[in-house]
Design a protein around this ligand. Structure first.
Ligand code: PMP
Length: 398
């Protein structure tokens, strides 16, 4: 029996659905069982049965330098020798906060947490505390972690992504009860859906006139679409910014930040309580510093853009629409552009599942769901592009 099959049986007996995060089960692509990963190196993953794959998922975005980057691994190893957690301030937390403040222009102060879910929940809690208001407006198809307010439709006002007119009506109706508008400035959790011209500036104006805070969830876009995130790319500033994935250098670390007067509402300075035993963890800050310092080199972004553009070009076919912003892209099995969740849901999901399985059989691992992105890293190059494009065009031709 394959190693994965026996692991899968053991996993299902003791872990709900056999996985620690639902998308890993491959149900959306008709998989009977997922692979189990043994190791990663650069652009590649190796499973427990010894198969190698070009990996375009890259742990869903954090690994902008690819797997097991030697400098990152060494920094984590060295940090571990000095102890893995202290629950007391360390120098690297200060260095990392300075690095984030330097990169994202709307952030004057930042607090480190351990996951994107935690960062988004905390940002909303802060927005409510600062404004003294309750309601949160979000957009269908955006994901901000599994905190109740941000996941259940009952906990918030939900508008269509790119639907500025509907949003204006909802903001007007909520009036002085609206604490925050939270958005992925480039949606990545219904597949990649860019903001249409005027959408983000429109949200900025609506927030300014209503007194609600604009929260950009840049968990995916932060340090990916530009060093300063989507805010740099589109020239729109958020009041609060949620960061995750790349900011943690591949370890469990996330952050939220904004203007000093806002962030100073947090305890112990202010009255909004927020805390974390493992926040600013020594291993995570060590990895994060290596990655964020490497991302000071603009050439990294130039090369990422080239790789991602070549992938986009190579995956084009009349049956699909490839949507891309920087190093994040999705192949939608639909012939028309996708500008909202309703559009994304009109994709041919069975065809995507076949595409996924075909690529996997050719040693190429893409997101096991239509509603996710591919994440080129600096470890991907001509060889990986070639293997992927050949396998994809073979699928389209067949
Ligand atoms: N926000 C966005 C935009 C995300 O993509 C994700 C996770 N994919 C989260 C928040 C939640 O982050 P985490 O999985 O680290 O809790």
């Amino acid at each position: 029996m394959a190693v994965a099959t026996s692991l899968w049986q053991r996993a299902k007996a003791v872990i709900p659905g056999g996985v620690n995060s639902p998308v890993r089960a491959w149900r959306a692509v008709g998989g009977n069982e997922p692979f189990f990963v043994r190791r990663g190196e650069g652009a590649y993953l190796e499973d427990t049965d010894g198969n190698r794959y070009v990996d375009w998922v890259q742990s869903w975005g954090p690994l902008v330098l690819g797997h097991a980057d030697p400098e990152v691994v060494e920094a984590v190893r060295e940090a571990a020798l000095d102890g893995t957690t202290f629950g007391a301030p360390t120098e690297r937390e200060v260095d990392l906060a300075e690095e984030i403040v330097d990169a994202v222009s709307s952030i004057e102060k930042v607090r480190l947490v351990s996951s994107g879910t935690e960062a988004a929940m905390s940002a909303v809690r802060l927005a409510r505390g600062f404004t003294g208001r309750e309601l949160v407006l979000r957009f269908a198809g955006c994901y901000h972690g599994h905190g109740d307010t941000l996941l259940a439709d009952a906990g918030s006002i939900v508008c269509p992504f790119n639907g500025l007119e509907q949003t204006a009506v909802a903001v007007e109706r909520a009036g002085e009860r609206l604490a925050a508008v939270i958005v992925e400035p480039v949606a990545g959790n219904m597949g990649v859906v860019p903001p249409e011209p005027g959408f983000l500036t429109g949200l900025r104006e609506l927030c300014d006139s209503s007194g609600a805070l604009l929260v950009f969830d840049e968990v995916i876009t932060g340090f990916r679409v530009a060093r300063g995130g989507a805010q740099e790319l589109y020239g729109v500033s958020a009041d609060l910014t949620v960061l995750g994935k790349i900011v943690g250098g591949g370890l469990p670390l996330a952050a939220f930040g904004g203007r000093a007067e806002l962030m100073d509402e947090l305890a112990p300075e202010g009255s909004v309580f927020q805390a974390g035993t493992l926040s600013g963890n020594p291993l995570a800050t060590a990895a994060a510093l290596v990655v964020l310092r490497r991302l000071r080199d603009h050439d990294v972004y130039v090369r990422l853009e080239e790789t991602a553009a070549a992938l986009e070009e190579g995956l084009r076919h009349e049956d699909v629409t490839v949507q891309r912003v920087g190093a994040m892209l999705t192949v939608f099995f639909r012939q028309a552009p996708v500008r909202s969740l309703a559009d994304a849901q009109a994709s041919d999901l069975d065809r995507y599942a076949s595409f996924f399985r075909h690529l996997l059989s050719r040693g190429v691992y893409v997101a096991p769901s239509q509603f996710e992105a591919l994440f080129p890293s600096s470890a991907h190059g001509p060889r990986e592009l070639g293997l992927t494009i050949e396998a994809a065009q073979e699928f389209f031709a067949g």
